[in-house]
Design a protein around this ligand. Structure first.
Ligand code: XMP
Length: 319
């Protein structure tokens, strides 16, 4: 694409002009925006960039490995894998209130990022994947159900606190342009087309108390669900799809035994911007097959429901 090729050259020149020989740090979430920003900045200034991938223990199956492998091994990007899952999960122990969960995760995220950033000698800039819509629309991490687009990646307030200047090479772009730029930079199409994933991760897909057991079950069920969606060629028609594990066990029967396991809810929506959404009209065959697969393949779940709430009045996430 000629336009994006030109944009890329121009953006690289601007980053070099701005940063000079100084160091830049970046919180890489594995989402499209921060990934495209990181790869672009890396092209501009190479090893002057260090990325920190904060693993809060609330990621999907294989996510941390996939992100770290891709950026470190494939892109050769200096990347710290901050495995802080013990810290996050222990602080979330026994917490069930949704806003409290978000505040704990948001606060810890900033503390952890700052701790790793302090260890990088002489960093003067913080890179962010801020897009044009983020510039014109105010967002906040814990701002309740309708305003939370990507404050998690944007580590709000941190640059001032740490005395860092900002590098925001995507500030003029809309989401589809960021995807085009990612394509231009050689990021795999499967990565660029990924559904959005919220900063607080699986915490907000596990209503009630978060336990390691529930997270493990949730990861497995989610992987089966997404696999089903991909196999049926539906992934790109859907804005976002995921499983929520419900805080209730129900009775079932399997073989000649009684089961007493968790129920889960499947969620899939179409949307343009995440502000409003409609539930995706799966066929009954698809839903039945998916329920059977989840119950057969995921130990710990014996009941599957489909969430047919649109937004509004529901939100996309369960918390
Ligand atoms: P809701 O649940 O509010 O979600 O309808 C709208 C969109 O925002 C995502 N989301 C978040 N993204 N940090 C994020 O980076 C958050 O705290 C957060 N909360 C919700 C959600 O996945 C959906 O795409």
């Amino acid at each position: 694409d000629w336009t994006m090729g030109a944009y890329r050259e121009e953006a690289i020149r601007k980053i070099r002009d701005q940063v000079g020989d100084k160091k830049v740090i970046c919180a890489l979430s594995g989402g499209v925006d921060s990934s495209v920003a990181a790869v672009l900045i890396h092209e501009a200034i190479g090893a002057q960039l260090t990325c920190v991938f904060v693993d809060h223990g609330l990621l999907r199956q294989n996510e941390a490995t996939e992100v770290v492998t891709m950026f470190r091994d494939h892109y050769n990007l200096p990347l710290i894998h901050a495995d802080e899952s013990e810290l996050f999960l222990s602080r979330l122990d026994g917490v069930s209130d949704p806003e409290t969960k978000r505040k704990i995760i948001g606060g810890l995220f900033i503390d952890v990022f700052q701790r790793y950033a302090d260890g990088i000698d002489g960093a003067e800039y913080l890179a962010q994947g801020t897009l044009y819509p983020d510039v014109i629309e105010s967002v906040s991490f814990s701002g309740g159900p309708s305003v939370t687009i990507k404050s998690h990646h944007n580590v709000g307030g941190l640059p001032e606190k740490m005395g860092l200047k900002l590098v925001e090479p995507l500030r003029e772009l809309f989401k589809d342009e960021v995807r085009a730029l990612g394509h231009e930079l050689g990021l795999p199409a499967s990565f660029i087309g990924r559904h959005p994933f919220p900063g607080p991760g699986l915490a907000i897909r596990c209503p009630g108390e978060i336990t390691r057991e529930k997270l493990e079950i949730l990861r497995k069920a989610d992987a089966v669900y997404i696999d089903q969606i991909r196999r049926h060629g539906l992934y790109d028609e859907i804005w976002q799809a995921f499983v929520a594990i419900l805080p209730v066990r129900t009775v079932g029967v399997m073989g000649d035994g009684r089961t007493y396991d968790y129920a889960c809810a499947l969620r899939a929506v179409t949307s343009v911007d995440g502000m409003t959404a409609d539930y995706y009209p799966f066929s009954h065959e698809f839903l039945g097959e998916t329920a059977t697969r989840i119950i057969n393949e995921v130990q710990g779940i014996n009941r599957v429901t489909y969430d047919i709430t649109s937004k509004p009045p529901g939100t996309i996430e369960w918390e």
